[in-house]
Design a protein around this ligand. Structure first.
Ligand code: UDP
Length: 330
């Protein structure tokens, strides 16, 4: 196997690179380093290129014989997507089209694609399975759903094999503390809760709304460990061997936790109080997103190792508390 991991220097992509290398797979990371970190890929080969640059993509594909692409590159912030929709469609849709066209030119016909729970919009069932209506309520989810459609059409027209994995809320860090979540600015809940603890009251967590239609008024999400996402990508490779066409799986633990419950979990893990204040709702947020991942379990054989929120948070806490916290830039 020889895999090109696009977005390999980003949060989820870098955990994937480590997962594959631990299994002796040939891996090349490709990243424009706009949000990713060179240090996060370690000594893996890294091609610095942008999906919006077809010539750079041709050079990347000409440099090796890849049999599969894993595609993690994306703008992925719900709130930002509402403010900058055109950037999201450009990066996520046009960038992916460029990638697919380059794959076609270079005879690479297998793709694992990162999608999101945001393709579903507001849930109409308690847990969201693959048959749930797809009605995104923000440009981020809409951009990912457009790519899902493109993959179906490409499968029918040219035989492109793909597995789309819809992550619910990716969280945690590698248990050895080597890599973790390092966005700048950080917008995600768990790192922001940890940052609020570490700031000791100087920069309280802002909870975006406590008037949502949920039991405690704060948004409910399904947190899934980043290494469990990597496991599903690994299983998708063998699934694609047996299944032509375009397939999609939802990945989550099936348990919803409110923002306030995440705050309490960080307090349990850290043994410290989380200072917080309530701020207005964030545009584009659905109130509740919880996965039904029965299909991934049945068909991929996916077995998440981190089923407890506290265990997921503990890996993030350890990484953030490491004195060398953050990506060590090479
Ligand atoms: N959230 C919050 N304060 C923060 C960051 C996030 O209240 O500093 C809320 C956010 O509104 C959402 C949930 O936490 O309801 C998870 O947000 P995150 O950005 O981590 O992931 P998303 O669900 O947007 O993918």
């Amino acid at each position: 196997m020889n895999i090109l991991v696009c977005g390999g220097a980003g949060y989820i992509g870098s955990h994937m690179v480590r997962w594959l290398r631990a299994r002796d797979v040939d891996v090349t990371a490709l990243d424009n380093l706009s949000t990713g970190h060179r240090a996060a890929v370690g000594d893996c080969r890294l091609i610095e290129a942008d999906l919006l640059d077809p010539t750079a993509l041709d050079r990347a594909f000409a440099s090796d014989r890849f049999d599969t692409v894993m595609h993690f590159c994306a703008c992925s912030l719900v709130g930002e997507s509402v403010l900058k929709p055109l950037d999201y469609y450009q990066n996520n849709v046009v960038g992916t089209l460029n990638l697919l066209q380059a794959m076609g030119r270079h005879g690479v016909a297998r793709l694992v694609f990162s999608s999101t729970a945001a393709v579903f919009g507001n849930p109409v069932t308690e847990r969201i399975d693959e048959s749930h209506p797809k009605a995104p309520i923000n440009p981020y989810g809409a951009s990912k759903l457009m790519v899902e459609r493109i993959l179906q059409d490409a499968a029918a027209a040219s035989g492109l094999r793909s597995v789309t994995l819809r992550y619910f809320n990716a969280a945690g860090a590698s248990p050895d503390g080597a890599i973790g979540e390092a966005h700048d600015p950080e917008t995600h809940l768990i790192p922001n809760v940890i940052a609020a603890v570490r700031a000791g009251g100087n920069a309280p967590l802002r909870i975006f709304g406590d008037d949502w239609p949920t039991p405690d008024g704060t948004c409910v999400r399904d947190y899934v460990h980043v290494d469990d996402l990597a496991q599903a990508h690994w299983q998708a490779l063998t699934y694609m061997d047996r299944h032509p066409g375009a397939h999609a799986f939802n990945l989550g633990n099936g348990c919803g936790f409110s923002v306030k419950e995440v705050v309490q979990a960080v307090e349990r893990v850290s043994g410290q109080v989380v200072p917080f204040e309530v701020a207005p709702r964030r545009a584009g947020d659905p109130a509740v997103l919880v996965a039904a991942s029965d299909r991934a379990r049945a068909e991929l054989g996916w077995r998440p190792a981190y089923t407890q929120l506290d265990d997921i948070i503990a890996t993030a806490w350890c990484w953030h508390c490491d004195p060398g916290f953050g990506p060590r830039e090479a």
